[in-house]
Ligand binder design. Structure first.
Ligand SMILES: Cc1cc2nc3c(=O)[nH]c(=O)nc-3n(C[C@H](O)[C@H](O)[C@H](O)COP(=O)(O)OP(=O)(O)OC[C@H]3O[C@@H](n4cnc5c(N)ncnc54)[C@H](O)[C@@H]3O)c2cc1C
Length: 443
């Protein structure tokens, strides 16, 4: 279908005002679209948005010419690098976002020799790429002020990058994107989409829980891990949850833990310096994730259904405490002040799914964050908008295409390049009530 959109008169409906939906609203408004409506069941920041979090890691990149890539994955690798480099520039230069970016550097590491090797092959943490090796506990400890890292780092090996990486205040960036989009004309409606309007071989908008219809020339599905509940995505998305917990810090600790590089062990977990607003340290354990396979879907095509819970599985708490024991044993027994499960959605190849739907020409998909979708918030909406306008760069178009052929016979238990915990994807539906932490509650 030819692109017949006129920003002055065309109507655009975005489903989901999380990380990608807010970015898309912002880019449409900045580009002159005058009739953009966003629907989300919750006021921003939605408690179920993966982006509603105190911090996310940014692994910065610089642009590399396409010719420096070779082999069958050249377009895939170029696309991933290009969009990340674009986001890295935007975090440094876009006045809306730059105040939320903390270029503190980061340490990437692993614990087992085989993972250390895989990590090296994947990340290429070479001196030319700005990394220095960290091999001993003393070397790890020396990267932060005395008294922060007190652990023995058993088996750990990693690489430290001082510039071009760090963390962002995720929730503040998400709110800023939405507020700015609203300021320049986007309409945000708090309403849960219950179904798309399929009509005449196309999608013409969406219906919300109270029965009201929102019709539009283009409908953009940006509902994150909940997207498969609204559209048959032919197994291209696997909603998967990870876990996070906070603990209170004293003012003295907050002052000591200032401007720290991110410490990330791909098998154990990571932490970022404490949030200065509420004096809490957030810690995540690393593992291949949790799905929620209900019994009814285990035999036929599987569906992992997200749900909200401000508690985490006790086996995840153990992972967090092991991470603390190895890095900061003085905090290993401190109680949690907050915890939650946090849903994202993996494609089979962990690249994004940004595509027009092949059967419904007015429907555009902006989904498949695959565990690394937050750091792109300053720019991802531009690519979703370009897709809607048929202006997406061809190599990106091919990488992010609708690709159900990659999900035929999908191995739902695949680790998808992740490590940690028991080295398998766990099922939340298998957990009894007593197997959740007692912090917080079910939403
Ligand atoms: C624990 C954890 C740690 C992570 N760490 C990082 C990191 O360090 N760096 C990084 O770059 N990425 C990270 N990610 C990944 C990143 O957060 C996600 O890829 C990204 O936020 C996904 O954005 P999204 O817009 O697709 O989904 P979301 O931000 O989840 O947004 C989906 C939105 O859709 C709305 N919605 C749901 N159902 C409906 C409906 N029926 N109608 C209307 N709206 C609906 C929701 O309310 C929500 O606002 C992490 C993810 C997790 C879970």
């Amino acid at each position: 279908m030819a692109n017949l959109l006129d920003p002055e008169s065309s109507t655009v409906l975005i489903i989901g005002c999380g990380t990608w939906g807010s970015s898309t609203a912002l880019w449409l408004a900045r580009s002159g679209y005058k009739h953009v409506t966003v629907l989300d069941p919750y006021p921003v920041p939605s408690p179920i948005s993966a982006g509603n979090d105190v911090n996310k890691i940014v692994e910065g990149r610089s642009r590399k010419p396409f010719e420096s890539y070779s082999g069958p994955k050249a377009e895939f690798e170029w696309t991933g690098n290009e969009v990340r480099a674009d986001a890295t520039d935007a975090w440094a230069n876009d006045p809306l976002f730059r105040e939320f970016y903390h270029e503190t550097g980061y340490i990437i590491s692993a614990s087992r020799p085989e993972t250390i090797k895989e990590l090296y092959d994947d990340e290429q943490p070479t001196v030319e790429n700005g990394f220095t090796e960290v091999n001993t506990a003393a070397q790890f400890r020396s990267l932060m002020p005395e008294g922060v890292l007190t652990g023995d780092f058993p088996g750990w090996k990693g690489w430290y990058k001082a510039r071009g990486a760090g963390w962002v205040h995720a929730r503040k960036a998400l709110i800023a994107a939405t507020t700015e989009a609203q300021r320049i004309g986007v309409k945000l409606v708090t309403a849960e989409v219950t179904r798309l309007i399929f009509e005449g071989g196309d999608v013409k908008g969406a219906v919300v829980a109270d029965g009201m219809s929102y019709r539009a020339d283009r409908t953009l599905l940006c509902a994150g891990a909940s997207a498969p509940q609204l559209l048959d995505l032919r197994n291209q998305l696997r909603p998967t949850a990870w876990t996070l917990a906070h603990m209170k810090m004293t003012i003295e600790e907050v002052n000591l833990y200032k401007d720290l590089p991110v410490l990330f062990n791909v098998e154990r977990g990571f932490f970022v310096e404490p949030d200065v607003d509420n004096h809490e340290l957030k810690i995540c354990d690393e593992h291949p994730g949790y799905c929620n396979w209900s019994k009814s879907t285990l035999d036929c095509g599987r569906a992992s259904t997200p749900f909200a819970r401000h508690q985490i599985p006790k086996n995840s708490e153990q992972g967090i405490r092991q991470f603390l024991q190895e890095t900061m044993p003085h905090l290993a027994d401190r109680s949690f002040s907050f915890a939650r499960i946090c849903w994202c959605a993996d494609t089979p190849d962990r690249e994004f799914l940004i595509s027009k739907h092949p059967d419904y020409p007015s429907l555009v998909l902006g989904v498949g964050g695959s565990g690394h979708g937050f750091m792109h918030i300053p720019v991802i909406g531009k690519y979703i908008m370009q897709c809607m306008e048929d202006e997406l760069e061809p190599r990106m178009q091919r990488t992010w295409r609708w690709r159900p052929e990659t999900a035929v016979g999908r191995d739902w238990d695949a680790l998808q390049g992740r490590w940690g915990g028991p080295n398998k994807v766990r099922n939340l539906a298998d957990l009894g009530e007593g197997e959740w932490t007692e912090v917080g509650a079910r939403l």
